[in-house]
Design a protein around this ligand. Structure first.
Ligand code: SAH
Length: 263
């Protein structure tokens, strides 16, 4: 049996009860680089842990090797948890993995997780929809395999729409330039959040015109999530998680002040 399990965006408290239970029961845990260490520690000490990689430009296992590995482990009768960051069916190639399992006749279940968009929006105080600002939202992947950015720009620049861009750090300058070229106002609020919901959570807020420069000056490191649209205005008022961390840092002088917001 293979359980394809979403691990959420980083904070272990955002795991589902089902994910936590399956992790505690797993004999083998096959995990991605996005899965944080405290979540992996929720598995049994004796469970075998296999790193499947997938950092940008560093794919430890190729997708079909990985698919074969899952099939082999299942055929060995192991209770396997395939643990992926966020939700397994959102930009996680979870679909391809369960297709391979289905083709090999391996039984599987899929456990949803909190995807980066909703976890990070919540922690950054940026509601993805809001009656005053946005009545639709779109999740897009910010880069292609060859590093270029090629999106259906006209559908991205509709009014009252929040854009959430996964895997967008490298393509951020192109993204902002193309959105402006397709009619989005330069003054549209935009934010990029690094390591959302973790101790390293950090938000940089700007506009379509300024965000690429601000993000590069802040030397953000992946994973990062980009949110573009008028809802980003609310971050200034609603960034509860960053406020909490700032309070904690003030209470413990000398400690790393993270997470933090850069206005
Ligand atoms: N299945 C995952 C997405 C995998 S694609 C999900 O549902 O969230 C990987 C991308 O997700 C990263 O490049 C980044 O854009 C985003 N991401 C995942 N976790 C993140 C985090 N903690 N902070 C910021 N971005 C994150």
């Amino acid at each position: 049996m293979v359980y394809l399990v979403g691990a959420g965006p980083g904070d272990p408290e955002l795991l589902t009860l089902r994910a936590a239970r399956l992790l505690a029961e797993a004999e083998v845990i096959v995990y991605d680089h996005l899965v944080s260490a405290p979540i992996l520690d929720m598995g049994r000490g004796e469970a075998q842990r296999i790193y499947a990689g997938k950092e940008r430009g560093n794919h430890t296992l190729h997708q079909n090797e990985l698919n074969q590995l899952l099939v082999r482990l299942a055929h060995e009768g192991k209770r396997v948890v395939r643990l992926k960051g966020g939700d397994p069916f959102i930009f996680g190639r979870g679909g391809e993995e369960v297709e391979a399992l289905a083709a090999a006749g391996v039984a599987f279940e899929v456990v949803p997780g909190i995807t980066a968009a909703s976890g990070i929006a919540a922690y950054a105080g940026i509601p993805l929809t809001h009656r005053d600002y946005a009545n639709s939202g779109l999740f897009v992947a910010g880069h292609l395999k060859d590093g270029s950015v090629n999106l259906d720009w006209d559908s991205l620049v509709r009014p009252r729409r929040t854009l959430v861009v996964y895997m967008g750090l490298v393509g951020l300058p192109t993204l902002c330039r193309e959105l402006a070229a397709h009619g989005m106002s330069d003054a549209t609020p935009a934010a990029i959040v690094q390591h959302g919901t973790t101790q390293r959570h950090r938000t940089v807020v700007g506009t379509l015109a300024t965000l690429p420069q601000l993000a590069s000056a802040a030397r953000l490191t992946p994973p990062t999530l980009i949110i573009i649209g008028d809802v980003v205005r609310l971050h200034a008022k609603l960034a509860w998680y960053e406020a909490l961390a700032a309070e904690q840092a003030a209470a413990q002088p000398g400690s790393e002040a993270a997470p933090q917001a850069i206005p």
